[in-house]
Design a binder for this molecule. Structure first.
Ligand code: PMP
Length: 355
C-alpha cells in the first residue's frame, strides 16, 4: 500500500453509527428513527415506481422533489438541494463552504460526524465549550475564521437554541457560511428556515429520516440562498449526478405531500416526550429539556454505561457515548407510549438493583 494512499485514509477515524440490530424482540431506542411508520401514500408511491422506469436514470436535477420541498417550506425550488441522507448533504457542504486550513467552529458536544468530515477534508476546527447547563454559548461562535456549523436542536442533548440567538450567530458571521443542521427541528418550536431570505450565508439542512419516518430511504436536503445551492450542485455534480434513486425520489415526493399525517405523528412524539421527561424526573433522573425526538438523561446513583448495559440485557437498546463530558448520560429515542411504559417499568427495577 502506498504511503500517500494510507495518509489520506488515516486522516480520521470514521463515524461509528449506532447499533442496527435486526431483533424484533428488542425495543430499539438508539438511533432516533421515528417510532411511527411512513403513511400508506408513501409506500404506494414507492411501489408504483417499481417497474420499467427503473431502467432509466433518475432526474439529476431532482426538480419534482425540489418543487415539493420548496412548497412545504414556502420557498423556491432554487433554494433547495437534495442529497442521499443529510449526512451526504453535510459532507458536500463541508467540501463546498469550508476551506482546508481555515478554522471552523462547532460545539464541543455535538453530532460526531462533524469532526470526521473536518479531518477528512483537512479543515481545522475549534470545538467551543457549552455552558454548564449544556446550552450553546453563542458568543463563542461569533467571528469564526472559516465558518460555523451546529445542530439545532443540538444532538445528543436535544436542547434548542432560540431563534433570536441563532440570528445573533448569523449577524456576527456574515462573511462566512453558517450551517444549521436541523435534523430534528420538526419536533421543536421553531426553525431557522425563514431566515434564509435575510441571510444568504445561511444553509439549513433537514432530513426525511426523523419526522417523516423515512430513515431507510436516505433523503436529506438543504435550504438556502440560490448561491449556496449552486455551490452544492457543483460539488455534487463533480461526484455523482444522480445522488438519489427513483424509489427514494417517489417516496420523498409523497412524503412532502403528507403533511397532515406527519403533523399527527409528530404531535404524538412530542406529547410522549413531555410525559416521559416528567416521569423520569420523578424517578430522580436529570432530564435535559429536549426539543427533539429523543431525550438525554443521567441519574445520580447509576453509571450511565451500566444503565445502558442493563437496559440492553432487559431488551431495550439505547445509546451511550464514551466521550468524557457526556459519559454520564444515555440518549433515548422516543418510542410509542407503550414502549415508554415498558422502559419506565424496567428502569424502576434496574434502579433498585445494586450498581
Ligand atoms: N444530523 C444529526 C444531528 C443527526 O443526528 C443525524 C442522524 N444520525 C443526521 C444529521 C443524519 O441524518 P440522515 O443522514 O439520516 O438524514
Amino acid at each position: 500500500m502506498s504511503k500517500y494512499w494510507s495518509s489520506i485514509v488515516n486522516r480520521t477515524d470514521p463515524y461509528v453509527p449506532g447499533e442496527q440490530i435486526n431483533d424484533s424482540s428488542l425495543i430499539k431506542l438508539n438511533t432516533n428513527e421515528n417510532t411511527y411508520p411512513p403513511p400508506e401514500s408513501v409506500i404506494k408511491a414507492i411501489q408504483d415506481e417499481i417497474g420499467e422506469s427503473l431502467k432509466l436514470y433518475p432526474s439529476p436535477t431532482v426538480d419534482e422533489l425540489r418543487e415539493a420541498i420548496a412548497k412545504a417550506y414556502d420557498v423556491r425550488k432554487e433554494n433547495i438541494f437534495v442529497g442521499n441522507g443529510s449526512d451526504e448533504v453535510l459532507a458536500f457542504s463541508f467540501m463546498a463552504f469550508f476551506e482546508p486550513g481555515v478554522t471552523i467552529r462547532f460545539p464541543a458536544i455535538t453530532y460526531s460526524f462533524y469532526t470526521v468530515y473536518a479531518k477528512l477534508f483537512n479543515i481545522p476546527y475549534e470545538e467551543v465549550r457549552l455552558n454548564q447547563d449544556f446550552t450553546l454559548n453563542t458568543h463563542s461562535l461569533f467571528h469564526s475564521e472559516g465558518g460555523v456549523i451546529f445542530p439545532n436542536p443540538n444532538a445528543p442533548t436535544g436542547i434548542l437554541l432560540p431563534i433570536e440567538q441563532v440570528e445573533e450567530v448569523l449577524l456576527h458571521n456574515q462573511e462566512k457560511v453558517v450551517i444549521i443542521d436541523e435534523a430534528y427541528s420538526d419536533f421543536a418550536k421553531e426553525s431557522a428556515v425563514p431566515l434564509i431570505q435575510k441571510y444568504p450565508n445561511l444553509l439549513v439542512i433537514q432530513t426525511t429520516s426523523k419526522s417523516r419516518s423515512l430513515a431507510g430511504l436516505r433523503v436529506g436536503y438543504a435550504i438556502g440562498s440560490p448561491e449556496l445551492i449552486e455551490g452544492l450542485n457543483k460539488i455534487k455534480n463533480s461526484f455523482n449526478s444522480y445522488t438519489i434513486d427513483r424509489l427514494a425520489m417517489a417516496g420523498a415526493i409523497a412524503a412532502m405531500n403528507a403533511d397532515s399525517y406527519y403533523k399527527k405523528t409528530t404531535a404524538k412524539v412530542i406529547e410522549t416526550r413531555e410525559w416521559l421527561s416528567e416521569e423520569l424526573s420523578q424517578l430522580g433522573f436529570h432530564v435535559l429539556p429536549s426539543q427533539a425526538n429523543f431525550i438525554f438523561i443521567s441519574h445520580p446513583n447509576k453509571k450511565a454505561k451500566s444503565l445502558y448495559a442493563q437496559l440492553k440485557e432487559n431488551g431495550i437498546l439505547v445509546r451511550h457515548f464514551s466521550k468524557a463530558a457526556i459519559e454520564n448520560f444515555i440518549r433515548i429515542t422516543i418510542g410509542t407510549k407503550q414502549d415508554m411504559i415498558t422502559l419506565l417499568e424496567r428502569l424502576k427495577i434496574i434502579l433498585k438493583e445494586k450498581s
